[in-house]
Design a protein around this ligand. Structure first.
Ligand SMILES: Cc1cc2nc3c(=O)[nH]c(=O)nc-3n(C[C@H](O)[C@H](O)[C@H](O)COP(=O)(O)O)c2cc1C
Length: 322
């Protein structure tokens, strides 16, 4: 795909149900532990790095459905500034899903996302995240219950391409079509693969298969997108957009770069973002989130991460100077 064509496709907005509009098709994928930090949010907003957010997951179970007031409080940053976002729920109970969507609507939230992707052992044991994909009929029940509770809600799904095999996505996407889902974001790995390396050609094969099965549902690809070349692979496979998580810490300007907007070189971009984030730091919790960012941006074995850990433990040097 020509660079210009890629940029044009990714820069195009996407209008969804309930007035939910993605300003572009290069979006940020959620990262629990980082994106729920108000400092991370402020740093990203200050530099204009993302136009759209999906929150990290919020647990949802029969006896623990967050109230509308709690949701309003938790997401006041997005709501007050009218920033388009999906509230992501993690659970496996259809009744709780219905109540969760109802409460989201009462809190003034336009879009809800269901996490059928998380490969963490604890989450899988509880029957949520990627475990829901074991049963396409449960996927359909959850989504139909949510759809019925608030028919106008914009409902999206974040999924792994299957649990054991990518071919499982056929019946899963069929269940999502039956529930009239508005958007699917699909990570190219299976749940069992967790984060193990996946050859480019395998990604292309899988995503072409899945994009075709998604039919008319807008279908975004996710997994290892680091630059224009890796984003192009997904778009050439028939995806309507891309979602980036870890790549954002290696090049915080990546979404803007993918849309063809002016952006500093990746190394300078990373430094500037971490400086901005560093300025917002106070307290151990902020420094912990910052350390997570440095780990994702430079790697666990990097001198940058080591310096950051030292600063975190002994305050030898301010993390902002890392
Ligand atoms: C630290 C971390 C936290 C994550 N938290 C979430 C989450 O809360 N919800 C979710 O759907 N995915 C979560 N993910 C998965 C990412 O959104 C994404 O699907 C995955 O990392 C693959 O994309 P990437 O290669 O661009 O990172 C998380 C990933 C990481 C590394």
């Amino acid at each position: 795909m020509r660079a210009e064509e890629l940029r044009e496709k990714l820069a195009a907005p996407l209008q969804l149900r309930n007035g939910m509009r993605l300003p572009s098709r290069a979006v940020m994928a959620p990262m629990e532990g980082l994106m729920n930090s108000p400092r991370f949010f402020r740093a990203v907003q200050a530099l204009g790095l993302a136009e759209f957010w999906m929150t990290p997951f919020l647990g949802l179970s029969k006896n623990a459905v967050p109230t509308p007031a709690a949701l309003r409080r938790k997401y006041k940053g997005y709501l007050a500034e009218n920033i388009p976002f999906f509230l992501q729920y993690l659970g496996h109970d259809p009744e709780a899903a219905a109540e969760g969507v109802l409460h989201a609507a009462q809190a003034g939230i336009r879009g809800v996302n269901f996490n059928f992707a998380c490969p963490s052992r604890t989450v899988l044991k509880s029957g949520s995240g990627g475990a829901v994909l074991l049963d396409p009929s449960l996927v359909e029940k959850i989504l139909l219950a949510a759809r019925k509770a608030v028919p106008e809600m914009c409902i999206s799904v974040k999924m792994r391409i299957g649990v054991r095999s990518f071919s499982e996505c056929a019946s899963l996407l069929s269940a999502m079509k039956n529930a009239d889902v508005d958007l699917v974001i699909c990570h190219a790995r299976t749940v069992e693969e967790n984060y193990s390396p996946l050859p480019e050609e395998e990604k292309r094969k899988r995503m072409s298969f899945a994009a075709e099965k998604a039919g008319k549902i807008p279908f975004f690809g996710n997994g290892d997108i680091r630059d224009e070349k890796t984003a192009a692979l997904y778009m050439e496979s028939g995806c309507d957009g891309v979602a980036v998580a870890r790549g954002l810490l290696q090049d915080p300007w990546i979404l803007r770069r993918l849309r063809g907007e002016e952006s500093p070189p990746p190394e300078a971009a990373r430094k500037r973002f971490l400086e901005e984030f560093g300025k917002l730091l106070s307290g151990k919790q902020g420094a912990g989130t910052f350390a997570e960012c440095v780990k994702l941006a430079y790697g666990e074995d990097s001198p940058q991460f080591r310096t950051c850990l030292e600063a975190f433990r002994g305050n030898r040097r301010s993390p902002a100077n890392t």
